[in-house]
Design a protein. Structure first.
Length: 288
Protein backbone atom coordinates (compact mmCIF):
# COMPACT_ATOMS: atom_id res chain seq x y z
CA UNK A 1 0.00 0.00 0.00
CA UNK A 2 1.37 3.41 -0.93
CA UNK A 3 1.45 6.06 1.76
CA UNK A 4 0.59 9.17 -0.23
CA UNK A 5 -2.12 8.66 -2.84
CA UNK A 6 -5.56 10.07 -2.12
CA UNK A 7 -7.09 6.61 -2.21
CA UNK A 8 -5.36 5.58 1.00
CA UNK A 9 -4.78 8.85 2.82
CA UNK A 10 -7.56 11.24 1.82
CA UNK A 11 -4.81 13.88 1.56
CA UNK A 12 -4.07 15.66 -1.72
CA UNK A 13 -0.50 15.03 -2.86
CA UNK A 14 0.21 18.76 -3.20
CA UNK A 15 -0.22 19.27 0.56
CA UNK A 16 2.56 16.77 1.31
CA UNK A 17 5.88 18.49 2.08
CA UNK A 18 7.76 15.81 0.12
CA UNK A 19 6.27 17.03 -3.12
CA UNK A 20 7.40 20.60 -2.51
CA UNK A 21 11.10 19.75 -2.58
CA UNK A 22 12.44 18.47 -5.90
CA UNK A 23 15.49 17.13 -4.04
CA UNK A 24 13.23 14.31 -2.87
CA UNK A 25 12.74 13.24 -6.49
CA UNK A 26 14.62 10.32 -8.05
CA UNK A 27 17.93 11.28 -9.62
CA UNK A 28 16.67 11.02 -13.18
CA UNK A 29 13.73 13.30 -12.40
CA UNK A 30 16.04 15.91 -10.89
CA UNK A 31 18.07 15.79 -14.10
CA UNK A 32 14.88 16.44 -16.06
CA UNK A 33 14.06 19.38 -13.77
CA UNK A 34 17.51 20.92 -14.19
CA UNK A 35 17.38 20.41 -17.94
CA UNK A 36 13.94 22.03 -18.28
CA UNK A 37 14.51 24.93 -15.89
CA UNK A 38 16.39 27.11 -18.37
CA UNK A 39 14.62 26.57 -21.71
CA UNK A 40 11.15 26.10 -20.21
CA UNK A 41 10.75 29.80 -19.41
CA UNK A 42 11.54 30.97 -22.95
CA UNK A 43 9.41 28.13 -24.35
CA UNK A 44 6.42 29.35 -22.36
CA UNK A 45 7.04 32.93 -23.47
CA UNK A 46 7.17 31.91 -27.14
CA UNK A 47 4.17 29.58 -26.84
CA UNK A 48 1.88 32.14 -25.27
CA UNK A 49 2.51 34.58 -28.11
CA UNK A 50 0.76 32.15 -30.46
CA UNK A 51 -2.19 31.31 -28.19
CA UNK A 52 -4.65 33.76 -29.68
CA UNK A 53 -4.00 32.41 -33.18
CA UNK A 54 -4.34 28.75 -32.12
CA UNK A 55 -7.30 27.57 -34.19
CA UNK A 56 -6.01 24.49 -36.01
CA UNK A 57 -6.77 21.29 -34.07
CA UNK A 58 -3.96 18.91 -33.20
CA UNK A 59 -3.62 15.75 -35.23
CA UNK A 60 -3.69 12.33 -33.54
CA UNK A 61 0.09 12.10 -33.03
CA UNK A 62 0.31 15.61 -31.62
CA UNK A 63 -2.46 14.83 -29.16
CA UNK A 64 -0.68 11.69 -27.92
CA UNK A 65 2.61 13.53 -27.38
CA UNK A 66 0.91 16.56 -25.83
CA UNK A 67 -1.08 14.46 -23.37
CA UNK A 68 1.97 12.41 -22.35
CA UNK A 69 4.09 15.48 -21.64
CA UNK A 70 1.34 17.44 -19.90
CA UNK A 71 0.17 14.60 -17.64
CA UNK A 72 3.29 12.51 -17.03
CA UNK A 73 5.99 15.20 -16.90
CA UNK A 74 4.35 18.55 -16.23
CA UNK A 75 0.78 19.64 -15.85
CA UNK A 76 -1.88 21.19 -13.64
CA UNK A 77 -4.62 20.06 -11.31
CA UNK A 78 -7.62 22.01 -10.07
CA UNK A 79 -7.51 22.75 -6.34
CA UNK A 80 -10.62 21.94 -4.31
CA UNK A 81 -11.41 25.24 -2.67
CA UNK A 82 -9.77 28.17 -0.95
CA UNK A 83 -8.53 26.34 2.13
CA UNK A 84 -6.46 23.89 0.09
CA UNK A 85 -5.02 26.71 -2.02
CA UNK A 86 -3.84 28.56 1.09
CA UNK A 87 -2.36 25.37 2.54
CA UNK A 88 -0.27 24.91 -0.61
CA UNK A 89 1.36 28.29 0.01
CA UNK A 90 1.96 27.42 3.67
CA UNK A 91 3.68 24.19 2.59
CA UNK A 92 5.94 25.87 0.02
CA UNK A 93 9.53 26.91 0.78
CA UNK A 94 9.90 29.86 -1.61
CA UNK A 95 7.39 32.25 -3.22
CA UNK A 96 7.66 34.44 -6.32
CA UNK A 97 4.79 36.45 -7.82
CA UNK A 98 4.89 36.30 -11.63
CA UNK A 99 2.96 38.07 -14.35
CA UNK A 100 0.32 36.10 -16.24
CA UNK A 101 2.16 35.12 -19.43
CA UNK A 102 -0.90 33.46 -20.95
CA UNK A 103 -2.89 36.68 -20.69
CA UNK A 104 -0.02 38.58 -22.31
CA UNK A 105 0.00 36.07 -25.16
CA UNK A 106 -3.74 36.00 -25.70
CA UNK A 107 -4.43 39.69 -25.23
CA UNK A 108 -1.26 41.84 -25.37
CA UNK A 109 -3.37 44.98 -24.87
CA UNK A 110 -4.64 43.79 -21.49
CA UNK A 111 -3.08 45.56 -18.50
CA UNK A 112 -0.25 43.59 -16.88
CA UNK A 113 -1.51 41.25 -14.16
CA UNK A 114 0.70 39.54 -11.58
CA UNK A 115 -1.26 36.62 -10.17
CA UNK A 116 0.70 33.48 -11.04
CA UNK A 117 2.56 32.33 -7.94
CA UNK A 118 5.84 30.48 -8.52
CA UNK A 119 6.75 28.15 -5.68
CA UNK A 120 9.64 26.00 -4.52
CA UNK A 121 12.16 25.11 -7.25
CA UNK A 122 10.50 27.45 -9.77
CA UNK A 123 10.89 30.39 -7.38
CA UNK A 124 14.38 29.33 -6.30
CA UNK A 125 15.54 29.09 -9.92
CA UNK A 126 14.35 32.66 -10.46
CA UNK A 127 16.12 33.82 -7.31
CA UNK A 128 19.43 32.29 -8.40
CA UNK A 129 19.34 32.94 -12.12
CA UNK A 130 17.35 36.16 -12.42
CA UNK A 131 19.15 38.60 -10.09
CA UNK A 132 17.69 41.52 -12.03
CA UNK A 133 14.17 40.72 -10.77
CA UNK A 134 12.80 43.59 -8.74
CA UNK A 135 15.46 46.06 -9.88
CA UNK A 136 14.78 49.24 -11.90
CA UNK A 137 15.97 47.40 -15.03
CA UNK A 138 13.56 44.50 -14.60
CA UNK A 139 10.74 44.44 -17.20
CA UNK A 140 8.07 43.88 -14.52
CA UNK A 141 8.14 40.08 -14.74
CA UNK A 142 7.41 39.75 -11.05
CA UNK A 143 8.74 39.99 -7.53
CA UNK A 144 9.44 37.88 -4.47
CA UNK A 145 6.69 38.18 -1.91
CA UNK A 146 5.84 37.05 1.59
CA UNK A 147 3.56 33.97 1.73
CA UNK A 148 0.85 36.10 3.34
CA UNK A 149 0.84 38.39 0.30
CA UNK A 150 0.47 35.36 -1.98
CA UNK A 151 -2.48 34.12 0.06
CA UNK A 152 -4.21 37.49 -0.15
CA UNK A 153 -3.85 37.36 -3.95
CA UNK A 154 -5.47 33.92 -4.04
CA UNK A 155 -8.35 35.15 -1.87
CA UNK A 156 -8.84 38.18 -4.10
CA UNK A 157 -8.82 36.16 -7.32
CA UNK A 158 -11.32 33.62 -5.98
CA UNK A 159 -13.63 36.39 -4.79
CA UNK A 160 -13.54 37.69 -8.36
CA UNK A 161 -14.56 34.26 -9.63
CA UNK A 162 -11.24 32.75 -10.69
CA UNK A 163 -10.52 29.17 -9.69
CA UNK A 164 -7.14 27.85 -8.58
CA UNK A 165 -4.83 25.31 -10.19
CA UNK A 166 -1.66 23.78 -8.80
CA UNK A 167 0.97 23.23 -11.47
CA UNK A 168 3.74 20.68 -11.34
CA UNK A 169 7.04 20.37 -13.16
CA UNK A 170 8.53 17.84 -13.15
CA UNK A 171 5.86 15.38 -12.17
CA UNK A 172 4.67 15.53 -9.41
CA UNK A 173 6.57 18.37 -7.71
CA UNK A 174 4.69 21.62 -7.03
CA UNK A 175 6.11 24.63 -8.85
CA UNK A 176 3.26 27.09 -9.32
CA UNK A 177 -0.24 28.17 -8.36
CA UNK A 178 -2.18 29.53 -11.32
CA UNK A 179 -5.14 31.86 -10.74
CA UNK A 180 -5.86 32.80 -14.35
CA UNK A 181 -8.44 30.08 -15.22
CA UNK A 182 -9.94 31.09 -18.59
CA UNK A 183 -6.71 32.82 -19.63
CA UNK A 184 -4.58 29.74 -18.94
CA UNK A 185 -2.98 28.35 -22.08
CA UNK A 186 -4.17 24.83 -21.35
CA UNK A 187 -7.77 25.85 -22.10
CA UNK A 188 -6.90 27.13 -25.56
CA UNK A 189 -6.68 23.72 -27.21
CA UNK A 190 -10.35 22.68 -27.20
CA UNK A 191 -9.87 19.01 -28.01
CA UNK A 192 -7.11 18.50 -25.45
CA UNK A 193 -6.83 20.95 -22.53
CA UNK A 194 -3.36 20.94 -21.00
CA UNK A 195 -3.36 18.30 -18.24
CA UNK A 196 -7.03 18.93 -17.69
CA UNK A 197 -7.06 17.19 -14.30
CA UNK A 198 -10.00 18.01 -12.02
CA UNK A 199 -9.63 18.17 -8.26
CA UNK A 200 -9.96 15.12 -6.05
CA UNK A 201 -13.41 16.35 -5.06
CA UNK A 202 -16.64 17.26 -6.81
CA UNK A 203 -19.57 19.52 -6.00
CA UNK A 204 -22.79 18.08 -4.63
CA UNK A 205 -26.10 19.94 -4.09
CA UNK A 206 -26.92 18.53 -0.68
CA UNK A 207 -29.35 21.32 0.32
CA UNK A 208 -31.26 21.92 -2.91
CA UNK A 209 -34.37 23.01 -1.00
CA UNK A 210 -32.48 26.04 0.30
CA UNK A 211 -31.82 27.36 -3.21
CA UNK A 212 -33.69 30.62 -3.89
CA UNK A 213 -32.79 30.85 -7.58
CA UNK A 214 -36.45 31.38 -8.52
CA UNK A 215 -37.38 34.01 -5.94
CA UNK A 216 -34.21 36.11 -5.97
CA UNK A 217 -33.10 35.35 -9.53
CA UNK A 218 -29.74 34.36 -8.10
CA UNK A 219 -27.38 32.92 -10.70
CA UNK A 220 -24.10 32.92 -8.78
CA UNK A 221 -23.59 29.17 -9.19
CA UNK A 222 -24.69 28.70 -12.80
CA UNK A 223 -23.11 31.90 -14.06
CA UNK A 224 -19.85 31.28 -12.20
CA UNK A 225 -19.32 27.65 -13.22
CA UNK A 226 -16.61 27.48 -15.89
CA UNK A 227 -17.39 23.82 -16.55
CA UNK A 228 -21.13 24.51 -17.10
CA UNK A 229 -21.82 21.60 -14.78
CA UNK A 230 -24.65 23.17 -12.73
CA UNK A 231 -28.28 23.39 -13.78
CA UNK A 232 -31.18 24.83 -11.78
CA UNK A 233 -34.75 24.28 -12.93
CA UNK A 234 -38.31 23.60 -11.85
CA UNK A 235 -40.85 21.10 -13.06
CA UNK A 236 -44.03 19.53 -11.74
CA UNK A 237 -42.00 17.61 -9.18
CA UNK A 238 -40.48 20.74 -7.68
CA UNK A 239 -37.24 22.69 -7.56
CA UNK A 240 -34.06 20.96 -8.75
CA UNK A 241 -30.35 21.71 -8.48
CA UNK A 242 -28.18 19.29 -10.43
CA UNK A 243 -24.43 18.95 -10.86
CA UNK A 244 -23.12 16.97 -13.83
CA UNK A 245 -20.36 14.96 -12.17
CA UNK A 246 -18.70 14.25 -15.51
CA UNK A 247 -18.25 17.97 -16.17
CA UNK A 248 -17.54 19.22 -12.63
CA UNK A 249 -13.87 20.13 -12.17
CA UNK A 250 -14.19 20.44 -8.39
CA UNK A 251 -12.95 24.02 -8.10
CA UNK A 252 -15.22 24.81 -5.14
CA UNK A 253 -16.35 28.22 -6.40
CA UNK A 254 -20.03 27.25 -6.17
CA UNK A 255 -19.52 26.30 -2.52
CA UNK A 256 -17.94 29.68 -1.79
CA UNK A 257 -20.33 31.77 -3.90
CA UNK A 258 -23.71 30.31 -2.91
CA UNK A 259 -25.28 32.55 -0.23
CA UNK A 260 -27.53 29.74 0.99
CA UNK A 261 -24.87 27.04 1.34
CA UNK A 262 -26.57 24.71 -1.12
CA UNK A 263 -23.36 22.99 -2.27
CA UNK A 264 -20.62 20.99 -0.63
CA UNK A 265 -17.52 19.21 -1.94
CA UNK A 266 -17.30 15.45 -1.57
CA UNK A 267 -14.62 12.94 -2.60
CA UNK A 268 -14.62 12.01 -6.27
CA UNK A 269 -14.90 8.30 -6.96
CA UNK A 270 -12.42 8.17 -9.82
CA UNK A 271 -9.46 10.45 -10.48
CA UNK A 272 -6.13 10.64 -12.29
CA UNK A 273 -3.37 10.79 -9.66
CA UNK A 274 -0.16 12.51 -10.87
CA UNK A 275 1.89 10.78 -8.16
CA UNK A 276 1.15 7.19 -9.12
CA UNK A 277 0.48 8.04 -12.79
CA UNK A 278 -2.77 6.14 -13.06
CA UNK A 279 -6.49 6.46 -12.57
CA UNK A 280 -7.44 5.46 -9.05
CA UNK A 281 -10.88 4.52 -7.83
CA UNK A 282 -11.15 5.87 -4.34
CA UNK A 283 -13.75 3.72 -2.64
CA UNK A 284 -11.98 3.35 0.71
CA UNK A 285 -11.75 6.94 1.88
CA UNK A 286 -14.72 8.49 3.62
CA UNK A 287 -14.91 12.03 4.95
CA UNK A 288 -14.89 12.30 8.71
Amino acid sequence: MCDWCYLHTGRPWYLDKRFHDVKNAPGWLQMVANFMAGPLGSFVEDSTKALEKKVKPYNALQRVVYEFVSRDILGAQVVAGLDEALQIVDTANDVFLHRCNCMRGINPEHPEVQRCIFLNHAATYTRKNRPEVGTPHDPATGKFVDPEVAKEIIKRERQEGHFTQVMYSPRPYVDCICNCDQWCGRWKVPELPWANTPSFKMASPYKADECNYRTDECDKCTNGCYAHAISVYEDREGHHVDVDQEKCIGCGLCVEKCPEGVFKLEPRKKIWDPVVLKVIEQNLYKEN
